[in-house]
Design a protein around this ligand. Structure first.
Ligand SMILES: Cc1cc2nc3c(=O)[nH]c(=O)nc-3n(C[C@H](O)[C@H](O)[C@H](O)COP(=O)(O)OP(=O)(O)OC[C@H]3O[C@@H](n4cnc5c(N)ncnc54)[C@H](O)[C@@H]3O)c2cc1C
Length: 300
């Protein structure tokens, strides 16, 4: 096998539609040869490396309000698809009410990359390693999607089908992700294990979010999302259920971390072995749960 050490970006047509409807129609008419583009940080790498061969890149960044970040005290946060990660991190509403989102963005590569990269692009790329996806899952994110028949909503938890695969159809454009108001007393952490501290995809990523909840037998609800350990970003439902049903303490946390590790189906790759990944899921989930539990208790 010969490797091209100096690959080049192939030629393509840059399309800037006037409206979302124009964009959806164009994408549907050119299914298989056109794709929506936000920051382009995944797209250009894949095209340069010869993995993607699209003729048309359809820029959807500034169409019909897709660049807006807005917090509503009744409805929660709406994050337009075109909002880059640095904008998310400096938003006062995100910092005070959804700090987990800012932490997840901070874990992505570098300041320079984050001036282009978006959370919605990270989601639509559908990599199991996407660093911001866990936060969006545990915060209950819902996608606004515009297609040839208009708008519809898709809860993020049902969005992923496999590596690089989602339930989106030709012509579909994610225009925003919305988050409900965060519950009282919540805390979240994102623990990312990479090969270096900066600018690497995760070997394992663990997001933990918790808050008091009188409707749970334990009095608390925990949400967990795991990155890089399954074909899709993974929610270990058994571990979450165990934490809602048993009195929270060291042993319950340890048992939940074991359940989280059991739910994974990681692979061996250049970043780590499957065995190592499972062991790290157990360690990081336990650590994340202990941190969140301590903080939730302190706030109570
Ligand atoms: C040097 C480097 C370092 C990186 N480090 C990290 C890292 O640490 N962690 C991490 O998670 N990622 C990392 N990435 C990957 C990448 O930056 C992220 O996935 C980024 O969030 C993608 O966002 P974007 O706006 O650039 O998406 P784009 O590249 O524009 O699009 C990504 C995918 O989503 C589709 N898409 C885009 N917009 C829409 C839409 N509105 N509706 C439907 N589909 C859409 C595109 O067609 C494409 O398939 C890195 C990339 C590079 C080049």
């Amino acid at each position: 096998m010969s490797l091209n050490a100096h690959p080049e970006l192939p030629e393509f047509d840059y399309i800037r539609p006037a409206s979302l409807m124009d964009a959806s129609r164009f994408l549907a008419q050119h299914a298989g040869e056109a794709r929506p583009m936000l920051g382009g940080t995944d797209i250009f790498v894949r095209m340069r490396d010869g993995m993607w061969h699209d003729q048309y890149l359809v820029d959807v960044k500034n169409l019909d309000g897709t660049d807006k970040l807005h917090f509503d005290p009744q409805a929660g946060l709406i994050l337009g698809a075109g909002v880059n990660m640095n904008r998310v991190m400096v938003s006062p509403e995100v910092q005070t009410r959804y700090p987990l989102l800012a932490d997840a963005c901070r874990s992505v590569a570098s300041y320079q990359l984050r001036t282009r990269a978006t959370i919605v692009g990270n989601i639509c790329n559908a990599s199991p390693a996407g660093d911001t996806i866990g936060a969006c899952l545990v915060l209950g994110g819902v996608l606004d999607v515009h297609g040839v028949n208009g708008y519809r909503e898709i809860p993020l938890a049902g969005f992923f089908l496999g590596p690089g695969k989602t339930i989106l159809q030709p012509g579909d454009i994610v225009t925003a992700i919305r988050f409900p108001l965060p519950p009282q007393g919540n805390t979240g952490v994102y623990l990312k294990l990479g090969r270096n501290t900066w600018s690497d995809l995760s070997i394992v990523g663990v997001t933990v979010y918790g808050y008091p909840d009188a409707s749970a037998a334990s009095g608390y609800r925990f949400r967990i999302a795991l990155a890089s350990v399954a074909p899709v970003p993974l929610i270990p439902r058994d571990a979450e259920a165990y934490l809602s049903q048993n009195p929270i303490g060291r042993e319950t946390i340890r048992a939940a971390a074991n359940l989280a590790a059991e739910s994974c189906s990681p692979i061996d790759d250049v970043r780590g072995s499957a065995k190592y990944r499972k062991a790290m899921v157990k360690n990081l989930t336990r650590k994340g749960l202990e941190k969140v539990w301590e903080s939730v208790n302190r706030k109570a």
